[in-house]
Design a binder for this molecule. Structure first.
Ligand code: ADP
Length: 257
């Protein structure tokens, strides 16, 4: 059997004396699409930072690609898009193509010249997010949703095995966020890229994902979306600490159900 992409076992983390994550266990396998949901302050970003190696857990183990996170260099294999990516102002002096190509500096080094194949990889990545026609435009001229697609392409250019996104649709209007999510679904389905998507849009993302993780300091639920769909609003409201009502929007859900 192949190793999990990510495997957390009994992970706990404190900022000072405040325990933010307690006894977290989670395994993400190749090709899976995980929605990581939970209220504000529930520890979602902290968990992502641990997965990216930016914070170190106080106890428990974190493995990425089958090795302990402390021993393995995995930067190229995980693409990360933060919620603040889409905030370039109109004067920012870089084209869309340049922004996407800069995602290859992990492989090429910051001061190495880009090759034709780097440009080809960047254009392919732009095509995957339906943005190739914007390649020569200035990044600051694009809408928040379009910029966010460009940042996905930047992460994809390095051909990661796992794409992690923290609230990527913050500041993106509802219609554009729906088409953004269907683009992610296509990436996952057609390219087999595994995704961890942190979002507060519970209904949208839990209909989209193959798996759901529900975090509020402890992991209240993690499993397949069909098991998640069997939960009732009371379960979720208890975990969230306030009333939550699930409205499943897509009858029948994912096409691979
Ligand atoms: P979420 O992403 O679910 O909103 P976070 O992981 O950002 O949650 O935060 C979890 C808790 O940890 C919150 O109570 C937050 O205030 C606290 N926290 C986050 N970052 C820090 C930090 N650098 N120092 C101290 N406390 C922090």
């Amino acid at each position: 059997m192949q190793d999990s992409l990510v495997k957390l076992s009994n992970v706990s983390f404190r900022y000072g004396n405040t325990e933010v994550l307690k006894d977290i266990t989670l395994a993400v396998e190749r090709g899976e699409f995980w929605a990581l949901i939970g209220p504000n302050g529930s520890g979602k970003s902290t968990l992502i930072k641990i997965l990216l190696g930016l914070l170190k857990q106080d106890s428990g183990t974190v493995e990425v690609f089958g090795q302990s996170i402390s021993t393995v260099s995995h930067k190229e294999r995980i693409g990360y898009v933060s919620q603040k990516s889409n905030s370039f102002n109109s004067g920012f002096p870089a084209t869309v193509l340049e922004v996407v190509r800069s995602g290859l500096t992990k492989k090429t080094g910051l001061f190495k010249r880009f090759t034709k194949s780097d440009t080809g990889a960047a254009m392919n990545a732009l095509r995957e997010v339906d943005m190739e026609m914007f390649a020569s435009r200035n990044i600051g001229e694009l809408s928040g949703g379009q910029q966010q697609r460009v940042f996905i392409a930047r992460a994809l250019a390095a051909k990661p095995e796992l794409l992690i996104m923290d609230e990527p649709t913050v500041g993106v209007d509802q219609q554009n966020s729906a088409s953004f999510y269907s683009m992610l679904e296509k990436l996952n389905r057609d390219n087999g890229i595994a995704i961890i998507l942190v979002s507060h849009e519970i209904d949208l993302v839990t209909d989209l994902a193959s798996h759901v993780a529900c975090l509020n300091r402890t992991m209240h639920f993690h499993g397949g979306r069909r098991d998640f769909a069997k939960l009732n609003d009371n379960d979720l409201s208890r975990w969230y600490g306030h009333s939550v009502r699930l409205v499943h929007q897509k009858e029948g859900g994912r096409s691979d159900d």
